[in-house]
Design a protein around this ligand. Sequence first.
Ligand code: MN
Length: 231
Amino acid sequence: MDRAIIIGDVHGCYFELRALLEEIQIRPSDRIVFVGDLITKGPADREVFDFVRATRRCESVLGNHEYDLLRFWRRQDITLSRPQRQTVAALGGLFDGYMEWIAGLPKLIDLGDQLVVHAGLRPGIALERQSVEDLTSIRRCGDSNAPWFDQYEGKTAVFGHWVFNAPHMTKNAIGIDTGCVYGGSLTAVILPQRRLVSIPAVKSYSRKEERSAGQHENVRQASLSRPSLHS
Ligand SMILES: [Mn+2]
């Protein structure tokens, strides 16, 4: 049976990515889909970008960090965070080429029975009307300010962005960012079986304080609730 392997936020953790693919025993017929945030905060941004670009069956949706770099490249009004500036430096003279590739990434991939997005979907809004900001950054919404995935009832969405201690699996949403770059693990979910595979991080590559300024409020709010929140 053809499988889709959905991989959580890599954030430059190339070693763990290769170990994860090894553990899964990738087959030629597998479709490999990343939830975005391939880069920033980790040790090997270029290697991860190069691997995903060069491997024909790999795809990725746009993450908030790719989106921020894209806006910076397009000279839109954005101030990069320190980890993002380090990524720009790591990409060096090849930055333009990487950004041309990033500019072509989809914001959402529809696998048929499941969707793949970076952050999530705004409940009650049609797929084609979801904003790029919501798709790459949504966390909480509505009058209750509850997590989007506790309110969403559409086609099963596989997402990253929200760091969980363990994969968060419900009928309509599967969260697979288990915080590899913070010393957690890199997780994949294999569809349609919903089998989870995780590889522990070799070490913590980034402290959780290193976030862009605009996210601090979310983080304070999240520290009161059970699942920990990081970008
Ligand atoms: Mn993110």
